[in-house]
Design a protein around this ligand. Structure first.
Ligand SMILES: NC(=O)c1ccc[n+]([C@@H]2O[C@H](COP(=O)([O-])OP(=O)(O)OC[C@H]3O[C@@H](n4cnc5c(N)ncnc54)[C@H](O)[C@@H]3O)[C@@H](O)[C@H]2O)c1
Length: 435
């Protein structure tokens, strides 16, 4: 079956709630790539290829030549923040990219000034915002966001829009009565229900306007029955949660390997130091709990202890994040992994990853924006599980467990692209080569 993908004509508005380290690293990178100053490494949509047909056919086009994706030249950025700095100033403050690089994209970045945010300190305790909207209730604030979006679309002549949440991690919430149906959610918004967080208001505004929404942080945001209902009703793609970078990326690379070779794991201790604003927000126990839940979830689902109780039934998994300002965005993580093999003999693996958080996250935001836009043009609606590749806590249907194995996730992503274009799915059976 070939599913129609409408062409990527016209400009795409990429809406970013939260213009901090990740967003500004993305924006500067896209401007730099457009000018040919730097390469957008780490992005499947810019550099990835996809094998088609049999191995003997030697057909491996670039992904962006295989499916119609918006070109980076056609992207226009807009966003909100609780601080009024333009994206050049915010990037300088974040300290991820060198001032020499930022100087070359300064004019474009200075032109992107955040709109006042929807914010409530109850949900991000470590930040105090000055650049914030006022409104009688959440619904009124959602309408103000929708006005910002409409004005942005009109002023820039945008054909389509997508939204990717790059705001701070909010406190841990689980879906309550206000999140069960769209009707209950809308009523709760008008009544200023305390279980509605700002990220939900942005998600609502996007989905209401038919704009695909992806959540890069671990907070609940659109991952509720009410907002999934809205996504289905308005035929809009939705995805999340929590960009898969750094230590969790390493986990989902290594753990499938241990499991493939049936090596047992008795303990996995992970600790991090980081000193950016994200680290400061995560220093608050309630925001950390949201992140912790997200980081802890991956191993259980990869190792499937119910199927391999002797290998993974006793796994002790601990994750710590420590705010340490001197390091800024250059996070350092340590993992100690206690594994065992033949006859139960123990071994240890140590990982010391000196990573750059936003350098790992920026290409993910770009890919998500472009793939979510393509999903919208392909009439794919509701949860986009094929984009699990990018997330620590992939949103999934209630009837299935999430897929965390990076390699299965990549296969799923590429098979989805083949499916959309009516190409044969690749099973890796390969028996025909030996007939
Ligand atoms: N960098 C990574 O590797 C990575 C990985 C996974 C998830 N994340 C998540 O992505 C998000 C962004 O990360 P970052 O490093 O850019 O953090 P950051 O603190 O530099 O940027 C977040 C920005 O969001 C703003 N903000 C907070 N609440 C807001 C609201 N309600 N509306 C609008 N703006 C708001 C803050 O003022 C800040 O400027 C965080 O939630 C982080 O946990 C980052």
């Amino acid at each position: 079956m070939t599913q129609r993908i409408a062409p990527a004509e016209g400009k795409l508005g990429v809406l970013l709630p939260g213009l901090g380290a990740v967003s500004t690293t993305l924006i500067a990178g896209v401007f730099a790539a457009r000018k040919g100053i730097a390469q957008p490494h780490g992005s499947l949509t810019q550099n990835g290829t996809i094998r088609l047909g049999k191995r003997t056919e030697n057909r491996s086009p670039k992904i962006n030549e295989f499916v119609p994706l918006t070109k980076i030249e056609d992207i226009v950025f807009g966003g909100w923040d609780i601080f009024p700095e333009n994206t050049y100033e915010a990037a300088m403050k974040a300290g991820v990219l060198a001032p020499e690089l930022l100087a070359q994209v300064r004019t474009e970045m200075e032109a992107i000034k955040p709109w006042p945010a929807v914010f409530d300190r109850r949900f991000v305790k470590r930040l105090e915002g000055t650049h914030v909207k006022k409104g009688a209730n959440w619904m009124e604030l959602a309408e103000q966001l929708m006005d910002d979006i409409r004005t942005f679309q009109k002023e820039n002549g945008l054909a389509r829009l997508v939204m990717v949440w790059c705001g701070s991690t909010e406190i841990f919430l689980t879906p309550g009565p206000a999140h069960q149906t769209l009707a209950a959610f809308e009523k709760a918004m008008k009544e200023n229900d305390p279980t509605i967080a700002p990220s939900m208001v942005y998600a609502y505004a996007a989905l209401k306007l038919g704009i695909p929404y992806a959540n890069g942080a671990p907070n609940l945001s659109a991952d509720t029955p009410a907002l999934h209902e809205l996504a289905m009703e308005n035929r809009v793609p939705v995805a999340g949660k929590d960009f898969k970078t750094g230590q969790t990326l390493m986990k989902t690379i290594l753990a499938p390997g241990f499991k493939a070779r049936l090596l047992g794991v008795s303990g996995w201790f992970s600790t991090n130091i980081l000193g950016n604003r994200d680290g400061e927000v995560l220093d608050d126990p309630e925001s950390f709990k949201t992140k912790e839940e997200s980081k802890l979830s991956v191993l259980g689902s990869i190792f499937q202890p119910h199927l391999y109780p002797e290998l993974y039934g006793e796994l002790y998994h601990k994750v710590r994040i420590n705010y340490y300002p001197p390091r800024g965005d250059n996070k350092e993580s340590w993992d100690n992994i206690d594994i065992f093999g033949w006859l139960g003999y123990p071994m240890q693996i140590k990982i010391n990853f000196l990573c750059r958080d936003s350098i790992l996250a920026a290409p993910i935001v770009l890919d998500l924006a472009l793939f979510m836009d393509m999903a919208g043009r392909s009439e794919m609606r509701g949860i986009q599980e094929w984009l699990s590749f990018y997330f620590k806590s992939p949103v999934h249907a209630p009837s299935v467990y999430p897929e965390h194995d990076l390699f299965i996730q990549l296969m799923k992503l590429k098979n989805t692209l083949r499916y959309l274009k009516g190409e044969e799915l690749i099973t890796h059976l390969g028996i025909e080569y030996y007939d």
